[in-house]
Design a protein around this ligand. Structure first.
Ligand code: PEP
Length: 253
């Protein structure tokens, strides 16, 4: 089945009011491609205001795991993100797993909070280089995904996006080959099929890890790669748009 390509720009801890205004005003809609940008929390409201007349949607990069309100200093809840105009939230990004000790259980708990608030998770899974070399790719990504399904139920995936991001490819300039990425995407879709075939067929599974204008087309040509989660290249309007245009060119209706 043909799925509309989805391109998500993860700005990480980058941006300023001035830089964001310039970047967002250069982004235009691209046919057959859904575009989402994920600015830092503090820029969600201003980005939302700037995108009022645009089809580009907003994601947050993180969410509180415990509750929607309460004594959790420094946290931002799913309901608050919804009020700011976010429709999606990235969860389980490897930088959060690596630098902030986020576990599979915590990622699942965050997904529960998003479910309560009607927000859609972009669930990141992916192996480290050591895990790949040890032949553990399928074991790792299935463990990461099953933790979410076990807590939230398979119906969550009718609202969610999965991003396969091999940790060794993020921000390193190294990209999985299209065939290697396709193999993992196909494995993930087959895993979801065991629970629900219909959800699996409609599910967007993005690839992330040093996606650039010059490698995007070969990745998007793969049958189970439904778009990209883009870090570095999402901060440069022309580079990000070139990736979106590569996605449009790969759409077969
Ligand atoms: C990411 O942050 O999810 C990512 C894939 O980054 P980059 O494109 O810079 O590798």
């Amino acid at each position: 089945m043909s799925r509309v390509k989805l391109i998500v720009g993860n700005w990480k801890m980058n941006g300023s009011f001035a830089a964001n205004t310039t970047l967002l005003s250069a982004l235009t809609a691209v046919p057959a491609v859904k575009i989402i940008v994920a600015p830092p929390f503090v820029y969600l409201a201003s980005s939302y205001a700037q995108l009022t007349d645009s089809t580009i949607e907003l994601a947050a990069q993180n969410v509180a795991s415990e509750a929607q309100q309460g004594a959790y200093t420094g946290e931002v809840s799913a309901l608050m993100l919804a009020e700011l105009g976010a429709k999606y939230v990235i969860v389980g990004h490897s930088e959060r797993r690596q630098y902030y000790g986020e576990t599979d259980a915590l990622v699942a708990q965050k997904c529960l909070r998003l479910q309560e608030a009607g927000l859609k998770p972009i669930i990141c899974v992916g192996e480290t280089l050591a895990e790949r070399e040890a032949g553990q790719v399928e074991m790792v990504v299935s463990r990461q995904l099953k933790a979410v399904i076990d807590s939230c139920g398979i119906d969550l995936l009718a609202q969610a996006v999965i991003a396969y991001e091999p940790v060794w490819a993020i921000g390193t300039g190294k990209t999985a080959t299209p065939n290697d990425a396709q193999a993992v995407h196909q494995f993930l879709r087959q895993l979801v099929t065991i629970y629900d075939k219909n959800i699996a067929e409609k599910l967007s599974i993005l690839y992330g890890g040093s996606v650039k204008a010059d490698n995007a087309a070969s990745l998007f040509a793969m049958p189970d790669i439904d778009g990209a989660l883009v870090g570095g290249a999402s901060l440069i309007a022309n580079d990000f748009l070139a990736i979106c245009h590569a996605a449009n060119a790969s759409y077969v209706g």
